[in-house]
Design a protein around this ligand. Structure first.
Ligand SMILES: [Zn+2]
Length: 295
């Protein structure tokens, strides 16, 4: 299901100084913030690069890419129908998380959210900008994900979209390109609009910075906990992910490096989100993972 490779992401030339806030995860003083604040005091302002590429452009590219993905999946007979139990399950979980999204990004109130299941062994899931979510059956079946763990992934992926990490990456790339290719830009050989429209093909393989990953972990925990999903699943999820990586590096791991540091950060954030979970109405426990799949 990988898209044909377009041009590769160019690494930004300079690190982006942003958000000392993330450092708070390590030494979080849960008592200082109000319980209902969750992690809201811990994430910083949006990147200064996001302004270079418009949110509209990214969301348009994302919608096109998602439609294309669904068309391809339909043609291959792997797009699960609406009545598939795991589609019902994923959408039920998403319905608890989506109402919480606009608190992180007002645009999300107008997104046309979609949640689909692709019946392939791939160990992957994503939420593209504009709220286009897909899970591959492999991640549900091979990791035997509980509802709580599904919600952790969903919250994490939604957080990337809500914090516009793809747009930020695009902005960095565009900035690098302007710096390196000013002459070609002046000659009309390339422009930022083209760059933005090319993003569609990369949205599925985009690799975010470690900082963005930490932020998505935090916000994902917060979203899932408020939706009534046990944030401790953030720990078991990444343990399962690490174990799966022993066999073969799963697709999800290639964009989400995992290890003891990631799990320690999540553990350190738990005291902030446990009160949210404790206070949240709990979802009905009627869903289970699909039949196991061999690796
Ligand atoms: Zn991520």
């Amino acid at each position: 299901m990988r898209r044909a490779p377009g041009w590769r992401m160019i690494e930004p030339m300079t690190a982006i100084p942003r958000r000392q806030a993330i450092a708070l995860i390590a030494g979080a003083c849960a008592g200082a913030a109000l319980a209902q604040d969750g992690v809201r005091g811990d994430v910083g302002r949006e990147s200064r690069f996001t302004g270079l590429v418009s949110a509209d452009q990214i969301e348009l590219a994302s919608t096109r890419e998602y439609s294309q993905l669904k068309r391809e999946a339909t043609a291959k007979g792997v797009l699960a129908p609406d009545e598939h139990p795991q589609v019902v399950r994923l959408r039920a979980i998403s319905q608890r998380l989506i109402p919480l999204a606009p608190a992180w990004n007002q645009r999300a109130a107008n997104w046309r959210w979609e949640v689909n299941l692709i019946r392939q062994k791939t160990l992957n899931a994503f939420c593209m900008p504009g709220g286009k979510i897909a899970y591959f059956e492999g991640i549900l079946a091979r990791l035997q994900l509980s509802d709580d763990e599904v919600a952790m992934i969903m919250g994490h992926e939604m957080a990337h979209a809500l914090r516009e990490h793809a747009r930020e990456q695009m902005g960095k790339t565009a900035a690098t390109r302007v710096g390196a290719g000013l002459i070609s830009a002046l000659l009309g050989l390339g422009n930022l609009a083209d760059t933005a429209l090319n993003v569609g093909a990369q949205l599925l393989t985009l690799k975010f910075s470690r900082e963005d990953e930490s932020e998505a972990d935090l916000i994902g925990l917060d979203l899932a906990a408020r939706a009534g999903y046990d944030p401790r699943a953030g720990v078991t999820l990444w343990q399962k992910m690490m174990k799966a990586a022993e066999h073969a590096p799963p697709e999800f791991i290639s964009t989400h490096p995992t290890g003891p540091t990631r799990i320690k950060e999540i553990e350190a954030a738990l005291p902030k989100v446990q009160p949210l979970y404790a206070a949240a109405p709990k979802p009905p426990k009627v869903y289970g993972p699909p039949a196991p799949m061999p690796n």
